[in-house]
Design a protein around this ligand. Structure first.
Ligand SMILES: NC(=O)N[C@@H](O)C(=O)O
Ligand code: NI
Length: 156
């Protein structure tokens, strides 16, 4: 099985797939008499039809084998870890295109752009995630099996 080495999650590297959600000093605004810092407008939620919703995903570690991808044509999908533990965002420009694995710190979230091909939630430790995506009666997911699965290699 091919091995997939993760790279650090950075806004620049992740840009083809979406937006990194992290406390970027450039977006910091002092509010609440200086007792709170607002890191403003880190990502824009997009939904076509339906409504944006917030959910909690209780993630548990799973085998790091990437054998399929999915995408959500009608909306963005954001994941923000609540447990402060690292997780992986695995993406590709298309099911047959090269896979990219991003190692996210526990203080980093990521929003997949509308239609961005990604592997479902992949956490490296059991933790909850705040998830912002789209609610609507009809399904908003396309699935694709990978002809050649990949094993994410954390050992370098
Ligand atoms: N199934 C579901 O709601 N979650 C996936 O879209 C995912 O990316 O984890
Ligand atoms: Ni998804």
């Amino acid at each position: 099985m091919r091995r997939l080495r993760p790279e650090p999650l950075t806004p620049e590297a992740f840009a083809p797939f979406g937006t990194v959600i992290e406390a970027d000093p450039a977006s910091a605004i002092g509010i609440n008499a200086g007792f709170t810092t607002r890191f403003h407008a880190l990502a824009e939620v997009e939904v076509e039809g339906g409504a944006p919703i917030l959910s909690i995903f209780r993630g548990r570690p799973r085998p790091l084998v990437i054998d399929m991808l999915e995408r959500h044509p009608s909306g963005t999908q954001a994941f923000v870890p609540l447990g402060g533990r690292p997780w992986l965002a695995v993406c590709a420009q298309a099911p047959g295109a090269p896979l990219r694995a991003f190692l996210a710190r526990g203080d980093q979230g990521a929003q997949y752009a509308r239609g961005a091909w990604h592997f479902p939630l992949l956490t490296l430790a059991a933790q909850d995630f705040l998830v912002v995506d789209r609610a609507a009666p009809e399904r908003n997911v396309e699935l694709a099996d990978l002809a050649e699965p990949a094993q994410v290699a954390l050992d370098g």
